[in-house]
Design a protein around this ligand. Structure first.
Ligand code: NAD
Ligand code: LMR
Length: 331
């Protein structure tokens, strides 16, 4: 059987706990692939992973290979095919008496983590490795990591699939269609309250979702605000940031890269802008993506962006350029 090495940082955290069994079970990489897990935690926490490892063994998965715990990212990154970078501080917690309210507050705290992680993955990871950054602020963390990895054969992504799923769930209950019938749900830009979930290009049976809904007020106000603020709503309700749905979105992103994307659909993730849709190069931006039969990830071209959407794309672009400026000493 084929074997792959999968690195997960923040493996003892909430998302890690929901993610690991689904990486190991065969669900993500297939029932004919052995998954070796390389779990990473900070030194103060790494011992806790022994409990996680025991639980993974006790699941009895046929597809689980070797599981190891590390606090040294350079050792952990050796020969990895995939890296899921979850480890970082979430919003909603208090540090030195200050409550971390906005993802922007996390920039300086979490950004530093990604310099060494990038260097380690770029130098020790396999060529063609894929990296999904989940830890916030995900887009800019991915930019920092990718810069330090300095390995053009690897693909760095930041997660926006959770936002796409949130958008689909809102549409499904508004127009009473199953989620499986909603295609091409694009999240443009940053995984932050400036993201733009695009209902003009989202499709149900090849018809634009905005033209099916015919309720501009709902689309421009209720829907947009609900999706943009969903992370905060969950933190307020649960006292902790989303974990099961975040882990689910990470699994879906990995699966989307492994399966060729159907015509008329896309998957959502943020990748390095190549200037498509007039987005400046050099930022990690949410685009409509397709994975090809050859396993490449491409930005889907030629979608229509109306003037309202263009304004929204510019707002989230500006925020990403500001984030990049704020961490300029890390890049
Ligand atoms: P958590 O606090 O439960 O777990 C984070 C874990 O990361 C902790 O165990 C911590 O020890 C570990 N960690 C911190 N620094 C590390 C480092 N340098 N190396 C390895 N491990 C490290 O948090 P969580 O709920 O699992 O969330 C993790 C991150 O994911 C947060 O930044 C959160 O905001 C983000 N998140 C992103 C999305 C998204 O859609 N992109 C969704 C939900 C959460
Ligand atoms: C989310 O969207 O649930 C996460 O990014 C957590 C947050 O801080 O919003």
């Amino acid at each position: 059987m084929k074997e792959i090495n999968v690195l997960v940082t923040g493996a003892a955290g909430q998302i890690g706990y929901a993610l690991l069994p689904r990486l190991a079970s065969g669900e993500t990489f297939g029932s004919n692939v052995i998954v070796n897990l390389r779990l990473v935690e900070i030194p103060e926490v790494v011992e806790k992973l022994n409990g996680t490892i025991m639980e993974l063994e006790d699941c009895g998965f046929n597809t689980l290979g070797k599981v190891e715990a590390f606090s040294d990212i350079y050792k952990a990154a050796e020969e990895v095919d995939w890296a899921l970078l979850v480890g970082s501080i979430p919003r909603g917690i208090t540090i030195n008496g200050k409550k971390i309210e906005e993802r922007g507050d996390l920039l300086k705290i979490n950004g530093g983590i990604f310099t060494d992680q990038g260097k380690a993955i770029g130098s020790k990871g396999k060529n063609n490795a894929k990296i999904l950054v989940v830890g916030n602020p995900a887009n800019t963390n991915a930019l920092i990591g990718m810069t330090h990895a300095n390995n053009a054969s690897q693909t760095w992504m930041a997660m926006t699939a959770l936002d796409a799923n949130r958008a689909k769930a809102q549409v499904s209950s508004k127009i009473n269609v199953p989620i499986s019938e909603i295609n091409q749900m694009i999240i443009w830009g940053n995984h932050s309250p400036t993201m733009y979930p695009d209902l003009d290009n989202a499709l149900v049976k090849n018809e634009s979702v905005s033209s099916i809904i015919k309720d501009e007020g709902w689309i421009k106000n209720d829907f947009l605000e609900t999706v943009q603020q969903r992370g905060k709503a969950i933190i307020d309700a649960r006292g902790a940031s989303s974990a099961a749905s975040a882990a689910n979105a990470a699994i879906e992103t990995v699966k989307a890269t492994l399966t060729p994307t159907k015509n008329g659909d896309c998957f959502s993730a943020a990748i390095l802008s190549d200037g498509s849709y007039d987005v400046p190069e050099g930022i990690i931006y949410g685009f409509p993506l397709r994975s090809t039969k050859e396993g490449k990830i491409e930005i889907i071209q030629g979608l229509e962006i109306n003037s309202y959407a263009k304004e929204k794309l510019e707002i989230t672009t500006r925020e990403l350029l500001e984030e990049k400026e704020a961490v300029s000493e890390l890049i």
